[in-house]
Unconditional design. Sequence first.
Length: 291
Amino acid sequence: MVPFIALALVPHFSWGWRALLFVGAIGGVTITLLRRNIPESPRWLLSKNRLADAEKIVSQAETFLQQRSPDPLPPIVPTTQAVAAQGYPTQALFTAPYFSRLLLFVVIWFVYYVANYAWLTLAPSLFVSRGYSLTSTIGYLVVSGIGFFVGALGSALFGDRFERKWFILLVTVIFGISLLLIGLFPSPTVIMILGFIASVTIGLMVPLLYALTAEHFPTRARATGVSLTDGLGHIGGALAPVFVLSAVAVGGFTQGFVVMAVACGVTAVLLPFSIKATKRNLETVTERWNA
């Protein structure tokens, strides 16, 4: 939606960019209202000894599924009992093996966000500096932006069918290659086609990387672990203009996209050091905490 709105506002009105930010603010307010209906995690409720609340949410989920599926629910499989939460959750993240996981994902998010935010925020300026008009550039991004929806839909359909760490690695490599080719051959056709592919990879990767990150931390500190890694990782997004524009100043347009591609490559190199958590019980994945 954003590229379509930008195409209508930014090239034609001096205040268009301000209106675009206002539209984004409306989206933030909408999310704030919608999140009120998101249920708590039963695992977190159990860690707080709120058994009745956890049973109520699980019962509602079972009822929802039974109303929509003719198949009976699978039998309940015994699992490791959740440990009651004690002390401040963040303390758990500075013990083995979670501290190394914390550092790993801070770096993964940092380098990935260099490529992600550079593409999302600098692409229009880079293409304009290449000689394209602002209207043409936004038009190219309108086409490529459709890929975000396609990628997000793909993450919902395929995110649990494959081992996440390897699926994310493959998607990251495709993202990096797309950015590199755009930098080397920045024709309108290449920008729209490979820009579309790049947008698909972002829509695919971000939800799955959030899930993979969460799977590396114990129940009582899972949200804290994701917040710390993703939050500190956003420093990479903040520094992306510094890295990319410095490269452009030294080596030109293509060099900026090389920096983005290299960031994707570093992300791909780091991902194999994460654990395999897809389709595994979360208590098993974090058994060190439950021991």
